[in-house]
Every structure is written in C-alpha cells, then in structure tokens.
Design a protein around this ligand. Structure first.
Ligand SMILES: O=C(O)C(=O)C[C@]1(C(=O)O)C=C[C@@H](O)C=C1
Length: 381
C-alpha cells in the first residue's frame, strides 16, 4: 500500500516520466534512484532484499507523510509543455508586436489583424520597431510596404535589407481615411491639416478643395492625438474613424481616399523564419543584384517563367553601397550606369523544388541574393 503510494508519487502525481521528475530538489526520489542504481551494480543490499523491509518499523502515518512530501516535491517541479500551452501562444496572446505610430494608427490595425490578442507596442519610427525585434524587446514588427493607390513605400524596402529580420507573414488593411476635428469645429474653420505623408497622397484629389495647409506627421493617429490634446480648433487630422473615437474627435468627412479600394499591405517581421509548406498559397520575397552584361534582367526573370512561377512584384532600389558602374566603350568613352537592387515577390513556397531550382539558377547571374522570407498569402480583407 505504502509502496504503491510512493510509486504514484514518482510516476503519476507530477505528470512526468519518472526520470523527468528527478530534480535535485526532490531529495527523496533522488535517494531512491541512487539506491536503485547501486543495486544494479552491486546487487540488492541484504537489508533491502524485500522492498517492503525498508518500511519495517515505520508507522503507516510516516509512510503517508513521506508520500505527501514526495508529491509536494514533484508538484514544485516545472511541468512539461502541453498541447494547451501551445494553443495559448498560437492565438498570439503572448506575442508582443511593434508598430510605428500611436494607438489608432493603421499599423496598429495591421498588428491586430496579424495577431488578434497580441500586446501592441507603439514605436516612434519604423527603425525603432525593427530594432526592438532584433534586440528581443518584442517578438514581431509590422511594416507597411505598399499601397494600392500610391504604390511602394521605398524607405521600408531599404529597411528590409538593413535589418536581419525575416518576413513571416503579410496583412492587407483597408485604409478608410476621415477628416477629424474637435467636436463643434466646422469644415470651413480648418486652417491646418495634420497627417502622415502616405495618407495625404492617398486623398490628394479629395483634399485639394480644402484651403488648409498640410503638415506631415509621424502617423495618422498621432496627428489626431495632437489636435485633441492641444484643443486645436482650427486644425483637422486625416486618420481612421477608430483614431477619432480614441481621441474624442468627430468625423467632418469620411471616405476621403481618392480610390474606392485603398489597401495597404504590411509585412510581418520576425527574428526567425517560418518553415514553409508546400500546400496553400505561399509567397517568397527575395532581393538580388545582377552581374554586368546584356539581357541580365531578362535572364533573371526567365528563371521563374521557365518553371511556371508567377512573379507578383518587382521593385528596384539604388545600390547605395556601390551606386555607380563604369563601362568602357572604345568608341564613346566611359559610360556611367546606376547599380540597382531588385526586390521580387513570387508566388511559390521555398519548400517547392521548382522555387529552390529557380533560386539556384538565379544565383548564376546574381552577385548577391538574399531570401527575405517565405510566408502565407493574406487572402482576406
Ligand atoms: O499613419 C498610420 O496610421 C500608419 O499606420 C502608417 C501608414 C503608412 O506608412 O503607409 C500605414 C497605412 C496607411 O497607408 C497610411 C499610413
């Protein structure tokens, strides 16, 4: 009976395998194993040939006390991860996501779409958000990369290369822009409008009739916050309706964006890449430079066409570290060409042989090639 209780304490109550329970703190269980080990080497000691003998002279109360002590020891030990523990982190509850701007910004919307239960960490600049991931202050960062109305956010392409992070996802956010002002303010009172440069560009036509000066701000939500905090009656902010609610501003005009579909695509960045799958829609983002020579860009893109891989996007940026290439032409002297970095998104997963072969082939023409990430396509708005 007592032996059974001890057996349960080791193997059952602490929900671990017997060996996993052997923590230095658990002196009783450690002593028992030491004894078992020495018995293996030297044979059972005369006093313990019958397992029950060791309990001779002990009262049943003592046995229960021992059993309880052992159970307490085991319960104090770290528990192995269960599938439930994994579930809590997969819904994003423990994930800290950095974004540029203030609460109410579109970047915060992107963080929430990527990880609905995440802890959002506002950052002053995109660089700060990326650095925060690199320095382990947060787990992820979201970075806007392009918009359907105004195109690529070039500076953020450069940031992808200057930080050693991996793209592990993308999210697309509908950017509904509103003109916000203090309660009681009228449209004709507005002398100054604050917003993010991208937001101004997205509603260029709609705001051309506003006789107000435009003031660029770090992000749309900070613009709304400024007006609310300073009680600026002659100022408006172009931001989301959610930012209006957060900072107590009212909407003077909604749907300010010029195009009906005004969607910004954000990248989700992490220190570690994800394991790509072969099923489901996946994208891969790469950046490369090309060797000199005729038709190099054509050849580079052909590596995808040859394998029936759809190229989704190409962006070129100046190669700042070595921006110029001198080419001697005997008849016309020395020509100076600009050097570029090419960013390409293609529709395939790095787990697919055709994608691996395409990149192997591309390496034949490129001086530099880096896979920025392979991630599932965001299909829902
Ligand atoms: O200012 C914000 O609210 C942001 O999240 C930044 C940002 C951007 O940088 O493009 C994000 C989405 C919109 O396109 C407008 C601005």
């Amino acid at each position: 009976m007592a032996l059974k209780a001890i057996g349960n304490g080791v193997g059952g109550a602490c929900h671990m395998t017997p060996r996993a329970c052997l923590h230095p703190k658990s002196s009783l269980s450690l002593r028992m194993v030491e004894r078992k080990e020495s018995e293996k080497e030297m044979g059972p000691s005369p006093s313990s040939s019958n397992p029950q003998d060791q309990f001779k002279g002990l009262r049943s109360g003592d046995l229960e006390k021992n059993a309880r002590a052992l159970t307490r020891d085991c319960n104090a030990l770290p528990k192995p991860l269960s599938s439930m523990d994994c579930l809590t982190s997969s819904d994003g509850s423990a994930i800290r996501v950095a974004y540029q701007g203030s609460p109410g910004s579109f970047s915060e919307d992107a963080a929430l779409k990527a990880y609905p239960h995440c802890v959002r960490v506002p950052c002053e600049h995109f660089e700060v958000a990326l650095k925060a991931v690199e320095l382990w202050h947060v787990d992820r960062a979201v970075l806007p990369i392009e918009n359907t109305s105004v195109g690529s956010i070039h500076r953020n392409y450069d940031l992808l290369l200057s930080h050693r992070l991996h793209i592990i996802g993308e999210v697309q956010i509908k950017v509904d822009l509103c003109l916000l002002a203090l309660p009681g303010a009228k449209k004709e009172d507005i002398q100054r409008v604050f917003s993010h440069l991208q937001a101004f560009q997205q509603c260029e036509k709609s705001i051309s009739d506003l006789k107000a000066i435009r003031i660029n701000f770090e992000d749309t939500a900070s613009a709304a916050q400024l007006i609310a905090e300073r009680g600026m009656r002659d100022a408006g902010a172009i931001a989301s309706a959610r930012a209006g609610e957060l900072y107590g501003l009212k909407i003077l005009q909604n749907k300010l964006h010029d195009e009906d579909a005004n969607i910004t695509r954000f990248l989700v960045l992490s220190r570690e890449p994800i394991l790509p799958k072969t099923y489901g829609p996946f994208k891969t983002s790469i950046v490369f430079t090309l060797e000199e020579g005729a038709g190099m860009l054509f050849k580079a893109l052909a590596v995808f066409a040859l394998r029936n891989i759809n190229i989704l996007k190409i962006e070129s940026r100046p190669l700042r570290t070595s921006p110029l290439r001198l080419v001697d032409d005997l008849n016309h002297g020395t020509a100076m060409y600009f050097e570029y970095l090419f960013y390409v998104d293609f529709e395939a997963s790095m787990a697919e042989t055709r994608a691996q072969n395409a990149l192997g082939h591309l390496q034949e023409f490129s001086k530099f090639l880096r896979v920025l990430g392979c991630y599932p396509v965001d299909t829902l708005l």
